[in-house]
Design a binder for this molecule. Structure first.
Ligand SMILES: Cc1cc2nc3c(=O)[nH]c(=O)nc-3n(C[C@H](O)[C@H](O)[C@H](O)COP(=O)(O)OP(=O)(O)OC[C@H]3O[C@@H](n4cnc5c(N)ncnc54)[C@H](O)[C@@H]3O)c2cc1C
Ligand SMILES: O=C([O-])CC(=O)C(=O)O
Length: 553
């Protein structure tokens, strides 16, 4: 049976005394699909809504989304079929009630996004154009601009927020830590603001509720599809405030990320699963279509299955990547359907109309995060979480393609339904002696390298304990300066440690968690979740049993 593990992590973060203080009723942290949907839904319901975001409004993962947004919108499709595909992809670790909410409320949430002004693509007959991605048994992915779905959604949401005078926005504002009231609930937060006039430097916002919508943790790894802002801040902030994190070991590695060479680091170009949805297929260096025979859906198997098959072929043949063949789609189709991916490939010297595209798996999505109930509530009074930062239970061990944008939409709407009636009074923050336990930005690269080599696609007990030791060593390197880089790197370190611990404790292979020393799924000992809590600078990771949920197969 799994046992618990403990790890010392940086405690509450030191922010110098606030140079300025302001108030709001609700603060939304993050301005992707989850944050802006929550803000738009809350306006007019709760007094002042303040959105804080650490870069410009569009800097998160949302604007990069390619494939689309999944919902049972097509003829003959049903929420039930969407539910079954979601549960099967989630490999027994989904919360069935949360999945039911997602698939049932999904179609209306997408219609609302359309009503807001998002221009999805349509077929010549005027119907919403729907495509397929891995793990879906139906065409149910709505897309925009061909492969620029996220950019269009982000544009429409920003336009709507700009029309809403009730919503105030502070950009370049990094949320450092939550301020807590005597009862352990939310009293506000500290911010580090860069270059925003009067509000420059460290400040505090006193508020009655916080909606955490700060996205994922891709920058934990050295190659990721995620943008630079995805440093797991929200998960670390929530953990330090007493929230429970869950399923951190279930990091999804997207199978087809363009391979730019062994030295390439940071955000890497994604080749959408929708390219396979439109007929592209994987081949090895001998031209074999190796996904045939691996799964009934072949190249469109769930994402973890395809990523593992590519990795296995890479290891067996000693090549750093495999190939995606989409040449038969032809120039006209490429230009119309995937203009962004086409331009990106060409900018790297690969023309998908005539060339094979080199692809390898890379970190793409955090299926785990801050545990929430069906209404987005965390266990900390006044703290709600939505989107990639949250663990609502819909993704289990492996998110179904294009369910992420949908999750942000559906659960932000739900938060806005309950939050107004649950608003706390404005409470004074307790005087919290905080330790300046920061690590310097200079350790980030070493952290990312070890997480990629030992806690990446393929994991083993030896590699995971090597990673744990190095993370402990890095935790002892003191930061010389208190700045954005050290706050982010400290968050990365906190989340990396918890992720590595859960991965070490889960001695089985399930969904996106692949242990070479425990290659089978084990429903006797591991049907359930690893939860992480933090107290006095000590992180504890512990197993919580739950019945396996695989759907009707
Ligand atoms: C390349 C790519 C393609 C994808 N394609 C799809 C797809 O086709 N379909 C799909 O469903 N999903 C897709 N995903 C996943 C999906 O885009 C994300 O999971 C989703 O957009 C997350 O939305 P979010 O609002 O939770 O977070 P984000 O959009 O990442 O927004 C997070 C926000 O929080 C801010 N922030 C972070 N930390 C702080 C802090 N400390 N203080 C203040 N602000 C902070 C960020 O700046 C940002 O504004 C894709 C992801 C990537 C990277
Ligand atoms: O376009 C892609 O392959 C990405 C995608 O759908 C997702 O992450 O859900």
């Amino acid at each position: 049976m799994p046992v618990a593990s403990v790890r010392r992590v940086p405690g509450r973060l030191l922010a110098p005394d606030p140079g300025w203080t302001t108030t709001a009723d609700v603060v939304v942290i993050g301005s992707g699909i989850a944050g802006l949907t929550a803000a738009l839904r809350l306006r007019g319901e709760v007094g002042k809504v303040l959105v804080v975001t650490k870069d410009v409004l569009a800097a998160g993962s949302t604007q990069w989304a390619q494939g689309g947004i999944a919902a049972a919108l097509g003829p003959g499709d049903t929420p039930h079929e969407h539910e079954v595909d979601t549960l099967v992809a989630g490999a027994g670790a989904c919360d069935r009630a949360a999945v039911e909410v997602l698939v049932t409320e999904g179609p209306d949430a997408v219609r609302e996004l359309i009503a807001l002004g998002t221009n999805f693509d349509h077929d010549p007959d005027g119907e919403l154009s729907l495509t397929r991605e891995g793990g879906h048994h139906r065409d149910r992915i709505a897309h925009a601009g061909g492969d620029a779905t996220g950019a269009e959604i982000q544009r429409a949401l920003i336009a709507a927020v700009e029309q809403a005078p009730e919503i105030e926005v502070i950009q370049h504002a990094l949320a450092v830590d939550l301020l807590l009231a005597e009862d352990g609930g939310v009293a506000g937060l500290t911010l580090h603001v860069m270059g925003e006039g009067q509000r420059d430097g460290v400040g505090a916002v006193l508020c009655r509720a916080v909606v955490l919508a700060s996205g994922g943790l891709g920058q934990v790894f050295s190659q990721t599809t995620n943008p630079a802002v995805s440093t797991g801040d929200g998960m670390a902030v929530a953990l330090r405030a007493g929230a429970v994190l869950r399923d951190l070991e279930f990091v999804q590695f997207h199978p087809t990320v363009m391979y730019l060479g062994a030295e390439s680091r940071g955000q890497q170009p994604l080749i959408s699963e929708a390219v396979r949805g439109e007929g592209a297929f994987l081949v090895d260096f001998d031209g074999n279509r190796f996904m045939q025979g691996v799964h009934e859906l072949a190249d469109l198997a769930p994402r973890d299955v395809v990523a593992k098959a590519i990795m296995r072929r890479m290891l067996d043949s000693d090549h750093p990547h495999m190939w995606l063949d989409a040449r038969h789609l032809g120039a006209a189709f490429w230009e119309r359907r995937f203009p962004t991916i086409l331009a990106t490939c060409r900018s790297h010297g690969v023309d998908p109309v005539t060339d094979l595209i080199p692809v390898a798996p890379a970190c793409h999505y955090a299926s785990g995060g801050v545990v929430t109930d069906l209404w987005g509530r965390s266990n900390v009074p006044g703290l709600y979480a939505t989107g990639e930062v949250a663990c609502s239970g819909v993704h289990g061990a492996n998110r179904l393609a294009s369910n992420s944008l949908l999750e942000g939409l559906v659960f932000s709407r739900r938060i806005a339904t309950v939050l107004p009636a649950e608003l706390r009074p404005l409470l004074p923050p307790v005087d919290d002696p905080r330790t300046p336990d920061l690590v310097p930005g200079a350790v980030r690269r070493e952290l990312q390298e070890v997480m990629t080599s030992q806690v990446g696609v393929l994991r083993s007990a030896d590699g995971l304990s090597d990673a744990g030791r190095l993370l402990d060593k890095l935790a002892g390197v003191p930061a010389a300066a208190i700045d954005q880089e050290s706050w982010e790197t400290t968050n990365l370190l906190t989340i990396s440690g918890a992720l590595a611990d859960a991965a070490a404790l889960r001695e089985e292979t399930r969904g996106s968690h692949w242990r070479e020393d425990f290659p089978e799924r084990d429903d006797v000992d591991f049907a359930g979740h690893f939860d992480v809590v933090m107290s006095d600078g000590v992180c504890t990771t512990e197993f919580v049993p739950a019945p396996a949920t695989d759907g009707d197969q």
